[in-house]
Design a protein around this ligand. Structure first.
Ligand code: IMP
Length: 180
């Protein structure tokens, strides 16, 4: 089993590069169909979604606009709705179809803040596309239309996801395991 270590923790392979690739193509095909006559805005959340988004957008064949937003949640596992900071670019979203591209939805606080903020711009629609989803941890009721993989509520790194800003560069996704 492939393993990596980052700082004090060990991680083992959870989802291989090949499996991610297959699933990314399926998601892109789905988006192509659902937005066949539209010009959606892919709203990437930085930094976590950069690798997923870069792969996904190149598999999508309809014309899309790419925009970014920074969503910072302070203190993983201690997130409350109040401490998600959003840093946005001034863009016209009125009447637009937005697809938020996210790396992971955990408690849902980050996504809920993001949704509330984006709704203020009066887009015509907003959907969520997340690579990973931890349904058992979801606290805020949000509807996630496109999910790459549902996973157990454990900590993962790789393919854009970090532990203390490290590990985003790995091609596979790894899950934290106890050292032994
Ligand atoms: P939420 O607000 O609890 O849904 O958390 C969302 C954010 O927490 C994500 O955008 C990630 O930045 C971070 N996060 C949640 N779970 C993990 C994980 O397993 N690994 C790395 N980051 C995570």
């Amino acid at each position: 089993m492939k393993r990596i270590s980052i700082k004090e923790y060990e991680f083992e392979l959870l989802i291989s590069e090949d499996k991610i690739r297959e699933r990314v193509i399926e998601l892109a095909n789905q988006i192509d169909q659902d937005y066949a006559n539209k010009r959606p805005i892919l709203m990437l959340t930085l930094k976590g979604a950069i690798i997923f988004a870069a792969d996904l957008m190149r598999e999508i064949t309809i014309p899309t606009q790419i925009e970014t937003i920074i969503a910072k949640s302070y203190g993983y596992k201690m997130t409350t709705e109040g401490n998600v900071e959003l840093i946005e670019n001034p863009i016209d979203l009125e009447g637009k179809d937005i697809i938020i591209i996210e790396d992971i939805v955990d408690t849902g606080y980050t996504m809920s803040s993001l949704l509330n903020r984006l709704k203020e711009f009066k887009p015509s629609s907003i959907e969520i596309c997340t690579l990973l989803f931890k349904p058992k941890n979801l606290v805020v009721p949000i509807k996630v239309k496109y999910v790459g993989f549902e996973i157990d509520p454990l900590f993962v790194v790789g393919y854009g996801l970090d532990y203390a800003e490290l590990g985003r560069n790995y091609k596979d996704i790894y899950i934290r395991v106890d050292k032994n």
